[in-house]
Design a protein around this ligand. Sequence first.
Ligand code: NAD
Ligand code: DAU
Length: 336
Amino acid sequence: MKLLVTGGAGFIGSAFVRLVLAERPDCRIVNLDKLTYAGNLENLASVADSPRYSFVKGDIADGPFVMDLFAAEKPDAVVHFAAESHVDRSILSPDPVVRTNFYGTFCLLEAARVHGVARFQHVSTDEVYGSIEEPHDADEQYPLKPSSPYSASKAGADLLALSYRTTYKLPVTVTRASNNYGPYHFPEKLIPLMISNALEDKPLPIYGDGRQIRDWLYVDDHCRAVLAVLEKGRPGEVYNVGGSLALENVEVVRRILAATGKPESLMKTVADRPGHDRRYAITSEKIERETGWQPCMPFDDGLALTVQWYRDNTDWVRRVKSGEYRDYYEKNYAQR
Ligand code: NAD
Ligand code: DAU
C-alpha cells in the first residue's frame, strides 16, 4: 500500500506519518509538502531514514506538478492534510488560504481521478458547521455555515471532494475533526501559544471574554480516526471526529497556567477575533459506530504530556518562533 500524504510536515500530518510507519509495516508513504512557515522536517526526524518513507517538496496548487507526481509515484491512496490551517492568518491574508485549501484540493482530486486512485481521504474540520447554538451538537447532516476565509475554504473543498464521488465515482471520504492539541503544534494556535508564552512569562492574549467553547482532541486520537476511516470508512461518507470534551477558552488557559506553575495574572484580555465562532460542538457517533474508533486521551493527561514536550523541546520552539513568526505575531497582536 503506497500512501500519498499531503502536508505531512505539519502538526497533524507529521503525527499521522509517524503513526502509520510505526503501526502499518505494509505501508509506504510519500509525503508531499510545500514547507510553508508551518511545515517543518524536524517533525519527521525520527522517520526520515525509513526505507518506507520519502519526501517531495511541492505545491498542491501546482496542477501540472501534481499530475506528474501521481504519474511517477502511482499512489494507491491519498490522505490530504495540506492546508493553510490558521483562522487568524486567514483573516489577515485570505489569498494563500483559498488557493491552497480550495484550488489545491481541486488539483489533487483531478490527479486522483485521472490516475484512478483507490481512496481519497480528505481531512477537514468541524469549523465548516460554523458556530453552533446550545443545546445542539452537529452531526454530519448539519448545515454548513462557515464564518472565516479558512473555514469557508475548507467547506468548499469538502463539497468539491464529495462532488468527485457523486460525479466521477472517486472513492472519497471526508473527516471533520475538532480542535487538536499535542506535541509539535505550531505556537500560533491557542494551546501551544499559551504554553510557550507562559513558559517565557509573557502575557497570554485572550480574545474577547474568553468564554468561547471548543472541543479538544489529542492529535494521536485524530490520526487514529483518519486511519480508521481510510481503512474502514465508506466511500462518499463524512465522519465527524471529536474529543467529547467542551471547554471554554479561559478554562483551558487556567489549566495551562496550573500545569506550567504560572500565575493567572499573565492572562490578558485583548480585542476579539472578527467573526469569532462562539461554540463548536459535534457528535462523533457515526465514526464510533462504523469503525469502532474512540478518543482515548483524557484532556488533563494530554495537556500534561504536551506541556512537558514544550519544556523538553525549547530548541524546536526557539527555531519556529524566530523570523516569520515574529512578523506574524506583531501583525496579529500589536493592534489588539
Ligand atoms: P499545519 O498548519 O500544522 O500544517 C499544514 C502543512 O501543510 C504544513 O506542513 C505546510 O507546509 C503544508 N502546506 C501548506 N500549504 C501547502 C501547499 N500549497 N502545498 C503543499 N503543502 C502545503 O496544519 P495542521 O494543524 O496539521 O492541520 C492539518 C489538516 O487538518 C488541515 O487540513 C486542517 O484544516 C485540518 N484540521 C486541523 C485541526 C487543528 O486543530 N489543527 C483540526 C481539524 C482539522
Ligand atoms: O475546530 C477545528 C479547528 O481548530 C481547525 O480546523 C483549525 O485548523 C485550528 O486552527 C482550530 O481553529 P480555532 O480557531 O478554533 O483554533 P485557535 O487555536 O486559533 O483558537 C482556539 C480558540 O482560542 C478560539 O476561540 C480563539 C481563541 N484564541 C486563540 C488565539 C490564537 C485566543 O483567545 N487567543 C489567541 O491568541
